[in-house]
Design a protein. Sequence first.
Length: 137
Amino acid sequence: MIGGQVRSSIGKGLLVLLGIGPDDGPEDIDWLVRKVAGLRIFDDEAGVMNRSVVEVGGEALVVSQFTLMASTKKGNRPSYIGAAGHEIAIPLYKSFCQALAEAIGRPVGTGEFGANMQVALVNDGPVTICIDSRNRI
């Protein structure tokens, strides 16, 4: 919600909080889209997490989240120097959203880049997974 207005909402699917660093590039986006679209984290008929968002016909909502790039090594105030600036982050965010929509075969809901948003989540499971494109090898 932005200023009392709902920008996007989804039903069953994935809420992706996307943090982009200054060294991220198109190859990270490509890898991450494949990983997110293919993750087998939805239950099959036996109740086993064995289905992807594509297989269950799920939706996706992508929210840019620079605070994921925070460093808390020193003191109690997080440092956000690990987050990419707008000139890098905005094009990669848009690219990720477009590529994910193509991968799952349906439009992807988005937040508003740089806005103060209230994001509500019903976490079924709960299942929360951190994926870092730097840990792909």
